[in-house]
Write a protein that binds this ligand. Structure first.
Ligand code: FRU
Length: 511
């Protein structure tokens, strides 16, 4: 008898408690937003998400009359994609957001509950004091077989809250030639010639392409042709194009959603004579969950970009909590000395640290493969981690940083650096109940054999920035156990020199 009891006690002490997501108590909303967001174990605390229901692409990003405006693709009646609305939030600092009423509803022509017609992605400009939105009006051909599926339309606001759709819509009624794969996501800006310009995403003949228009007044648009088209290796259709200057170059970004690859590619080069001539191209983020980013220029001259921190077709266990989708941290775009395009979180993100002094700090610590985990005492799921690590013998050494690790090690999200291949791998194969897979990308050691990592862990998301822009990688993941809060830094093969390692706890943006 005694023995049996001991065994059961033992089982109980080793037992982990599953995370259960329940539909939140609606009475908490919206008076206590911080509590509303805190209660859900998967809910990012310092990344934007809607209070409830589905979101995808950021839209209409603009700094206008003292506020940053973030609109977003939103289905306000369920945590799944549906007829798209534009949700809306504003901020004075890119960190703390205030939810505003839905800015745009689908046209009132929907005939059936299944009719997916709605307001697709688009952008915002300041037209002499009037906040003007240009967007794709999507019509579901199953219910409206004679319509044109994707046309471009305009809406305006003088107060930044209430929007009126233009009576003369659509402003572009049909796709041009060579836009057979879709025709959507207008990004508009005022060009150096004083005219409004618009890029639109499409594809033709197996190659993604971007179409260019001009207008004197945002209402009459003249087609200028294909700005740029891929060579067939970079996707058949390009969504959410964005063209902007950074330094003395132009950067074009496009989002690609295909079976083999989903992500964001940038091209950097020259924009002249209504065409784009790239010299470099690469991925803006090598992780699985950064999509459809949109940029704006702010009054500090920064090119800010925010992406959807999710992926099409991804597992979304948060739906049980009645929400899905979050935004990446706002990032500043810059061009590195070698001409590649990179992003880093805006400086304002530092204001989220709960304390000036880090929760944990070490410097000049040698880690050998037989050493116990130096982070064994640290737990947390809402952290910023900065580390500079030197690998004296790269040929021999790999190191690994595990986050949200279960006490028995059975569950963890792993970031691994292989000195020999000089590659960083994000491994979510044991990270919980979400999608699995590994994501690797080259990450060169600096001349003194160091790499520098800056990580943002926010409950069910991780954003990785390495070597100030050499690489960014974003992932969502969903731990199974409440106790999966541990961190572990370990090396194999050879030793590592932790030049410095700092960990801060970050606060909720809804406080
Ligand atoms: C990108 C996208 C856009 C489209 C929107 C629909 O994620 O597919 O091309 O406008 O989402 O919600």
């Amino acid at each position: 008898m005694e023995n049996v009891k001991l065994v059961i006690d033992d089982m109980l002490t080793n037992q982990l408690t599953p995370i259960r997501v329940t539909t939140p108590d609606m009475t908490l909303m919206p008076e206590n937003l911080a509590a509303w967001y805190a209660v859900d174990p998967y809910r990012p605390q310092y990344h934007f998400s809607a209070a409830q229901n589905w979101i995808n692409d950021p839209n209409g990003l603009i700094q206008w009359k003292g506020h940053y405006h973030l609109f977003y693709q939103h289905h306000p009646y369920s945590p799944a994609w549906g007829p798209m609305h534009w949700g809306h939030a504003i901020s004075t600092n890119l960190i703390h957001w205030q939810h505003l009423p839905i800015a745009m509803y689908p046209e009132e022509t929907a005939q059936a509950a299944e009719d997916k017609s709605g307001i697709f992605s688009g952008s915002a400009v300041d037209d002499n004091g009037t906040l003007t939105l240009l967007y794709t009006n999507f019509t579901d051909l199953t219910f409206h077989p004679d319509a044109i599926a994707e046309t471009q339309a305009l809406a305006t606001s003088t107060d930044g809250v209430n929007f009126v759709k233009y009576a003369g819509n659509p402003v572009i009624a049909r796709p041009p030639a060579r836009a057979s794969a879709g025709f959507r996501d207008p990004k508009v800006w005022q060009d150096t010639d004083g005219l409004w310009k618009m890029v639109l995403g499409s594809g033709d003949g197996g190659k993604g392409n971007v179409h260019l228009y001009r207008s004197p007044d945002l209402r009459q648009w003249t087609y200028l042709g294909v700005l740029f088209e891929g060579d067939g290796t970079t996707g058949k259709m390009w969504e959410c194009p964005d063209l902007f200057p950074v330094g003395d170059q132009y950067v074009l970004i496009v989002s690609i959603n295909e079976e083999k690859f989903q992500g964001v590619r940038y091209f950097a080069g020259a924009y002249r004579d209504n065409q784009f001539f790239p010299e470099k191209n690469g991925l803006l983020d090598v992780g699985p969950d950064f999509y459809a980013p949109q940029s704006c220029l702010d009054d500090q001259g920064r090119r800010i970009v925010i992406g959807w921190m999710e992926r099409w077709g991804g597992a979304m266990p948060t739906q049980a909590g009645n929400w899905a989708g979050a935004m990446s941290l706002p990032r500043e775009v810059f061009v590195r000395p070698d001409g590649t395009v990179a992003t880093r979180p805006v400086a304002e993100v530092r204001s989220l640290r709960k304390t000036i002094a880090p929760l944990y700090h070490v410097d000049k610590l040698t880690g050998t493969p037989d050493m116990p985990n130096i982070l064994a005492q640290i737990t947390g799921d809402t952290l910023e981690i900065g580390a500079t690590i030197r690998i004296p013998d790269p040929q021999m050494t790999a190191f690994e940083l595990a986050m949200r690790q279960a006490p028995d090690g059975s569950e963890k999200l792993v970031l691994q650096y292989q000195g020999q291949d000089q590659a960083l791998t994000l491994d979510r194969n044991s990270a919980g109940i979400g999608d699995r897979g590994t994501y690797s990308a080259p990450l060169a050691l600096s001349s003194d054999n160091t790499i520098e990592l800056h990580l943002y862990l926010d409950r069910s998301s991780l954003e990785v920035f390495a070597n100030d822009g050499q690489l960014a990688a974003t992932t969502r993941f969903y731990p199974h156990w409440q106790e999966s809060l541990g961190l572990a830094l370990t090396s194999t093969g050879g030793s590592i020199m932790v030049q410095s390692l700092d960990i801060w706890e970050l606060r909720s943006i809804w406080e």
